[in-house]
Design a protein around this ligand. Structure first.
Ligand code: NAP
Length: 308
């Protein structure tokens, strides 16, 4: 039997869509993917989610959302989606995972976005010493120097977190001003353990004879000068790429890869397929705006199923 709605992705947008569709008696099936809880599971304290005046840890917030979705009857499949296709004649979707096929009348895509890397030689071979998650890996680098690449809120947050462990945290940014919000930028620049390296990027990684990172070659983008900086780990924080590869041509994408929606709506070019959260949001990319999009997608899916 077909599902009424399948939600793909277990972040703020997916869980909120699940809460709303479950409370609308649509008995949603949420296919989680491998990063259960989404990007907030890799952050520390969230200070700007309304309702938590003292802040809340990202993983705790996601656990609460999951519990709330479950309480109203959401079912979970802990699998990765490989592809989604739509039968033009019936309008039904087939969602293929590595284990099985599911059929559904509507789909909410809430698969978020994955961390970007610089794409320079040597990245693939660096199993230790290169990561995009300070929360996951920061504690491995006690009393040694590390660096963060990027100048946005994520880079500032990662750098501040890493000061708990590392001897120094270099913040390597390609310009000479931070993109981060004013409060984050001010806190970062006031932190005695964070050392900004302006107008610079990593040109190459240098490893020791065990293959472990020992330094990066920095290139100054203004002068062209190259210098060596001793660090044991590089933490990437240069943004994310939306996760849409499993959708084929069911959606249009903008030049950065975000799913194109109809203006002001969560609908995509495929009837019955809705998109919410970071996968379809080049503008805000906040936990609260993702949750709001998840709510909107759920209401639009409900209306689609009712034919109104
Ligand atoms: P972002 O705001 O897009 O910043 C990405 C940073 O990486 C920018 O400084 C950018 O440089 C740099 N960058 C991009 N491509 C690069 C490349 N190829 N080489 C070197 N540097 C590169 O991404 P984000 O920091 O992940 O933040 C995403 C969204 O989440 C934002 O809306 C942010 O406000 C939000 N966020 C909020 C919080 C919070 O409020 N607690 C925490 C984390 C994230 P340029 O500045 O030169 O473009």
């Amino acid at each position: 039997m077909s599902e009424q709605v399948i939600i793909i992705g277990a972040g703020c947008a997916g869980y909120t869509a699940a809460i709303y569709t479950a409370r609308a008696n649509l008995s949603p099936l949420l296919i989680t993917g491998s990063q259960i809880g989404g990007q907030l599971t890799t952050t520390t304290e969230v200070e700007n989610f309304p309702g938590f005046p003292d802040g809340i840890m990202g993983p705790d917030l996601m656990f609460l959302m999951q519990q709330q979705a479950e309480k109203f009857g959401t079912r979970f499949a802990y699998e990765d989606v490989k592809s989604v296709i739509r039968d033009e004649a019936t309008g039904l979707f087939t969602v293929k995972t590595s284990g099985q096929n599911y059929e559904a009348r509507s789909i909410i895509v809430a698969t978020g976005a994955s961390a970007r890397y610089l794409g320079i030689p040597g990245e693939e071979g660096l199993s230790h010493g290169l990561t995009a998650c300070a929360t996951c890996d920061g504690a491995f680098y006690r009393d040694v120097p590390v660096c963060v690449v990027g100048g946005g809120d994520s880079a500032c947050e990662e750098a501040a977190f890493l000061t708990r462990f590392a001897s120094r945290v270099y913040l390597i940014h390609r310009r000479d001003t931070l993109r981060a919000s004013k409060i984050m930028a001010e806190r970062t620049l006031a932190n005695e353990k964070i050392f900004p390296v302006w107008n610079s990027t990593i040109a190459a990684y240098k490893t020791d004879d065990k293959g472990e990172l020992e330094a990066v070659m920095l290139k100054n983008l203004v002068t062209g000068e190259e210098t060596e900086l001793a660090v044991k780990c590089v933490f990437m924080a240069i943004g994310h790429t939306p996760n849409t590869s499993f959708l084929g041509d069911l959606v249009d994408r903008d030049q950065s890869g975000y799913i194109v929606r109809e203006p002001g709506l969560m609908t995509t070019k495929t009837p019955g397929l809705f998109a919410a959260g970071d996968v379809a949001d080049p503008h805000y990319r906040q936990a609260i705006s993702s949750a709001g999009m998840g709510c909107a997608a759920a209401i639009e899916a409900e209306r689609y199923l009712l034919g109104v």
